[in-house]
Write a protein that binds this ligand. Structure first.
Ligand SMILES: *Cc1c(COP(=O)(O)O)cnc(C)c1O
Length: 399
């Protein structure tokens, strides 16, 4: 019977960069084994007889049947992400939103209630604001410091959903506090781990049920794909896979290949981009035209101590407020040469963006104030370029 190839799922206690390279890959010490991951570009898979098909139908066989259900290239991506997150299993999806919607819909049904942090990725916020209420799912938002969260719980509360660090001001949610709350109230707990990556924090090891990712960002790392992932226990991943199969947000094998290739340098990229971000943050904090820098690696950041406790580094996302408000921020963004003016994040290229024209468009003054976004706030995704070149570009654009 054609079953999945032997895979190194032993979850050795390797460092993140070793895991990024070797985790989830098939055993390849025999003769003629490919070192690169083969792309299984097929929609469907053969069976040698009806008995094998019957076995599959009865759930007794691990055979692949059809790529929306699974595919050997997807399996490598899934096992690699599971290894990185320290999870029993993972599911890869066509986008981060496919992972988030499949994870949430796998956990929630009509009449259930959800508590989520208020500062969310825009797409997640819109899913909760525009789609869930029509499905009978009630959403409550809580600030990053979780103030007043006890008051939001009812007997219908089913899920706690947390994003940390937050976009764009890099506030942190205390993951220990949040999981204690979730356990206390028997809630299914989900963390969007996109900004931190498993290199900097592994919420599953703290007791969370699931993590979700926009693999478009750091996991892929090269701004050349759209992808998502969920990771957690086998129980939850079976549920998420069922949702992905039903809703259709499956990943394409070609994308899985690119994602695997990108992930092989994850540890290195996160480390170096974090160093670059620290250099950029320190430079900006001293610059006379900068009002304020939001970077958890700086002692001036409100959550610096929590970041030191909770994360293994501070990441490479930051934001800063330009003196002179929107006009000055626009002038800065219109004059960068090396930094690219583009949405998204987590790639090797450094990017700048104005939240009020992207993630926070169409928000009221009050919503902006709560999110900590000023008209002159610039969000920066610090890439892998040489730090001196980044500083020189910032210098000339601020001038
Ligand atoms: C980009 C992003 C998403 C959505 O992911 P897509 O791959 O664009 O669907 C979700 N959460 C966070 C934190 C993100 O940055």
């Amino acid at each position: 019977m054609k079953t999945q190839p032997a895979r190194d799922t032993s979850r050795k206690n390797h460092g993140p960069q070793t895991t990024a390279i070797h985790g989830g890959e098939p055993k390849r010490h025999g003769v003629n084994a490919p070192v690169g991951t083969p792309v299984t570009r097929t929609s469907t898979f053969t069976f040698s007889n009806t008995e094998e098909m019957k076995q599959w139908a009865e759930g007794k066989s691990k055979a692949y049947i059809y790529t929306r259900y699974g595919n050997p290239t997807l399996t490598v991506a899934e096992e690699k992400i599971a290894a990185l997150e320290g999870a029993e299993a993972a599911v890869v999806t066509a986008s981060g939103m496919a992972a988030i919607s499949s994870a949430l819909l796998g956990a929630l049904k009509a009449e259930d209630e959800l508590i989520s942090t208020a500062q969310l990725y825009g797409g997640t916020y819109r899913l909760m604001r525009d789609v869930f209420p029509d499905m009978g799912i009630k959403v409550h938002h809580v600030e990053a410091d979780l103030a007043g969260i006890e008051k939001l719980v009812t007997r219908k509360t089913k899920v706690l959903y947390v994003e940390t660090p937050t976009n764009p001001t890099l506030r942190l949610v205390d993951l220990n506090k949040a999981i204690a709350f979730a356990k206390n109230h028997n809630l299914i707990s989900i963390v969007d781990n996109t900004f931190a990556t498993p290199v900097l924090q592994q919420p599953l090891s703290m007791g969370y049920d699931m993590v979700v990712h926009s693999a478009t960002k750091y996991l892929g790392g090269h701004s050349d794909l759209i992808a998502g992932a969920a990771a957690g226990s086998k129980h939850w991943m079976d549920r998420v896979r069922h949702m992905v199969i039903c809703l259709g947000g499956s990943m394409d094998p070609e994308t899985a290949y690119l994602l695997i290739r990108g992930m092989k340098t994850l540890g290195l990229r996160v480390k170096k981009q974090g160093e670059n971000a620290m250099t950029v943050a320190k430079f900006l904090e001293k610059h006379p035209k900068v009002e304020r820098v939001h970077y958890p690696g700086l002692p001036s950041h409100a959550d610096h101590a929590l970041a030191e406790r909770q994360m293994r580094g501070f990441g490479s996302m930051l934001a800063f407020d330009v003196k002179g408000g929107l006009d000055a921020a626009r002038r800065f963004c219109d004059h960068v040469q090396l930094f690219l003016l583009a949405a998204s994040l987590g790639g090797v290229e450094s990017l700048v963006v104005l939240p009020i024209y992207t993630s926070h468009y169409n928000m009221s003054k009050e919503e902006l104030r709560r999110a900590g976004v000023a008209p002159g706030t610039v969000r920066v995704s610090v890439g892998l370029e040489d730090a001196d070149d980044l500083i020189a570009d910032l210098e000339q654009a601020l001038a």
